[in-house]
Design a protein around this ligand. Structure first.
Ligand code: CA
Ligand code: CA
Ligand code: CA
Length: 499
């Protein structure tokens, strides 16, 4: 079965105050410091923060290079947590083990099967370190061979992330379209920078094009994912740098639709069905179908008749709620939506509604760079901030209109609790892999059934499962595309069994 188990694992494990010894002070951010003080790079012990925290000279890359990080690493093996390792004899694939390197060989889920288009968080090395400050997961994609590709990004046990200087460069978070002050990620690393020497560059996650550039130390990411920030400085004229992740994500479920915006006269529309609904799709809007006609800010302010009202009144998070006003202004992710929608939600002063569609991109101009411009080429996003448990939610894309001759290639990214869980359309379709493409004329007014998503939790694991939808037999990886007659008559194939 093609199934994604997102390895967002319940916290627990490490005892406070027990940290492995280490050879240098690298960690949360990788750090090279050719001119900084070399004191303070001594191994931490007993859990006290290492002083200084700058690594010794020599341009450490942060990669684990010897066995000194733990008790068990004789002869160059990966570091073993002396306070309770979770390293076992073999790699395990399912449930709590998805996305973890159970055999601690530095490769995650080797030999485990996955489905085309799926993605997962991943953590390399002893899983017991995954919740340590300075440790954070990367992302891996399912390969066209049906196994997991390399784990990219993140800071791992194999990088000695557990030995991070808690005061140095470290991961930071921001909601999509929110503006992050990148100086908040440098900790004390920038304290000794020569005046005026600090600069920031940002590398975007795969598929984010164009990749925005920082404005000084301010950065406004437009799509979810793990960005990598490189901070450079000089100290007494000698250059030094660190890197740290910027996590761009929203709570709960976020679905992002983009397409080749270079064709400005294509209108695709993102839709999401009410959990477990088997009613037909409703392009013009209905209670069971969140889309452009009924799910935008002004459909809820005030709430119109066909605007979704999916969740029981009286619920409080983490149970699913229709409205939620987070007391932290910046945590209301809808407040930063592009093309003026964020201001609408702010003016409503009720927080964010679930579900919601941030905007309907009908046409756009690729050269416009201001996200608040009405012609900015923004993805369409549907969010459910506190998704229900054990209920499938179906995602569809409708080919509304198309007035140019250029074919369109939709892409849907599905994020669960901020982590990428599937990347579909430009990846994941056909064997061999090729993008899912809609013809400019013959494919108008069709509905692509993208995937079903389900959130589940038990005492051990908190995960989302994404089942990409393929025509049977699914090994051909052909997309399910409904005609107008089909999608107005039904939901498509049955939901998978609830696990
Ligand atoms: Ca595993
Ligand atoms: Ca492994
Ligand atoms: Ca649209």
């Amino acid at each position: 079965m093609k199934r994604l188990l997102l390895g967002l694992v319940a916290t627990g494990g490490l005892l406070a105050g027990c940290s492995a010894g280490t050879q240098d002070g690298t960690g949360a951010g990788t750090t090279t410091d050719g001119g900084g003080p070399s004191s303070g790079g001594s191994p931490s012990n007993g859990g006290s923060p290492s002083t200084g925290g700058s690594p010794s000279t020599g341009g450490s890359t942060g990669q684990f290079t010897d066995g000194g990080g733990g008790m068990g690493g004789e002869g160059g093996g990966p570091p073993i947590n002396p306070c309770g390792t979770e390293c076992g004899p073999e790699e395990l694939c399912d449930g709590i083990h998805k996305g973890l390197d159970d055999d601690c060989d530095g490769t995650v889920d080797e030999g485990c099967a996955c489905g085309a288009g799926q993605a997962s968080s991943c953590f390399k090395g002893d899983p017991s370190y995954r919740d340590d400050a300075g440790c954070n997961p990367g992302t891996m994609y399912c390969s066209e061979l049906g196994d997991w590709g390399p784990c990219m990004g993140g800071n791992h046990a194999t990088d000695d992330c557990f030995a991070a200087d808690p005061l140095g460069c470290h991961p930071i978070n921001v909601v999509p379209f929110g503006t992050s002050d990148l100086t908040s990620g440098t900790g004390n690393f920038d304290d000794n920078a020569d005046a005026g020497s600090s600069t920031y560059t940002v590398t975007c996650p795969m598929g984010v094009t164009p990749c925005p550039t920082p404005n000084g130390s301010d950065y406004t990411p437009l799509q979810s994912g793990e960005y990598t920030v490189t901070y450079t400085k000089t100290v007494g004229g000698v250059p030094a740098e660190c890197t740290f992740p910027l996590y761009v994500g929203a709570p709960g479920l976020r679905v992002e639709l983009s397409w080749n915006f270079t064709s400005p006269s294509v209108d695709l529309d993102l839709h999401m069905k009410k959990p477990m609904s088997t009613l037909p799709w409703a392009i013009g809007g209905a209670e069971q179908d969140c889309g452009f006609a009924n799910c935008k800010s002004y459909n809820f302010l005030p709430q119109g008749g066909s605007a979704p009202n999916w969740f029981p009144a009286g619920n409080v998070p983490p149970d699913p709620v229709n409205w939620f006003l987070d007391p932290v202004f910046e945590a209301n992710s809808c407040y930063f939506a592009p093309r003026g929608a964020g201001q609408d939600w702010q003016d409503g002063n009720q927080g964010c509604h679930s579900p919601r569609l941030d905007l309907d991109n009908i046409s756009c101009t690729p050269t416009v760079v201001d996200p608040q411009s009405s012609s900015f080429c923004a993805p369409e996003n549907i969010n459910v901030d506190f998704p229900p448990k054990d209920q499938w939610m179906r995602i569809g894309v409708h080919h509304y209109s198309h007035s140019s001759g250029q074919n369109v290639m939709p892409n849907v990214k599905i994020f669960c609790h901020g982590a990428l869980a599937a990347d579909l359309g430009t990846a994941g379709f056909y064997d061999p892999e090729a993008p899912f493409t809609w013809n400019a004329s013959s494919d108008v007014n069709k509905m692509w059934l993208v995937a079903d998503v389900l959130f589940r939790e038990d005492e051990c694991v908190r995960e989302c499962i994404v089942e990409p939808l393929y025509l049977a037999p699914s090994d051909q990886k052909l997309p399910i595309v409904l005609t107008n007659a089909q999608y107005t008559a039904g939901n498509g194939p049955p939901y998978p069994p609830v696990p």
